[in-house]
Write a protein that binds this ligand. Structure first.
Ligand SMILES: [Zn+2]
Length: 211
């Protein structure tokens, strides 16, 4: 197996765990290198410990919640794409109720297209509108890592937000997605193809041999 370099770009410190904490752990246990960016550098308590638990390398910029400058962000991300040169990029769903998520998704997808990367979008249950997926990862064995990772970050958030929004997203979403795809817990993604070679529905190829 050829090991891959994977970049996860999220707006806030909790987003990568909500969207794909179990998947990150699966990637790193399989030897892949995962770099996780939190574009906002506030509410960052526990982020580095959480990423360490998942085996990922954390990075964060100095933007504040609700105050991301998209032109500056584009420049900051461009540097990361050039220096890291990942093969696969994960980021937010492209129709988000939260401005920060929306901006991060737009800029990341644009750069990932420019640099010809494979792109996957992850789901944030509280803010992704009309989310639609075509790829699922069975995280049944890794659900506890997802939960422990967010627990390490709980002091970064208001208690009310943590208990009513963040924790339920961590606990319930993978169970619901698991029911849909036929395992106990799953995280789901929209595959957006890659610019080269052009094949937006590559992951929809039906494997006749294993049907
Ligand atoms: Zn967020």
């Amino acid at each position: 197996m050829i090991l891959k370099k994977i970049l996860v770009v999220s707006a806030h410190s909790d987003d990568s765990v909500i969207g794909m904490g179990g998947t990150i752990k699966r990637f790193t246990l399989n030897g892949h290198e995962v770099h996780v960016i939190s574009v906002c550098g506030d509410r960052i308590v526990g982020f580095e410990d959480a990423m360490k638990l998942l085996g990922a390398k954390p990075m964060y910029f100095q933007y504040s919640y609700g105050k991301i400058n998209q032109h500056q962000l584009s420049e900051d991300l461009r540097k990361v794409f050039q220096e890291l040169d990942p093969q696969i990029v994960f980021t937010h769903w492209d129709k988000e109720i939260l401005y920060d998520h929306q901006i991060v998704s737009e800029q990341t997808v644009r750069l990932a297209r420019t640099f010809e990367k494979q792109i996957y979008l992850f789901e944030i249950p509280a803010s992704s509108i009309d989310f639609d997926f075509d790829v699922a990862v069975d995280i049944t064995q890794f659900f506890e890592f997802r939960k422990k990772a967010i627990e390490l970050m709980k002091d970064a958030f208001e208690e009310k937000v943590y208990l009513k929004e963040i924790l339920p997203s961590i606990v319930y979403a993978p169970g619901f997605r698991g029911i849909q795809v036929g395992c106990e817990f799953a995280e789901v993604f929209k595959y957006c193809g890659s610019r080269f070679p052009l094949a937006p529905y590559r992951k929809k190829l039906l494997d006749i041999a294993s049907i």
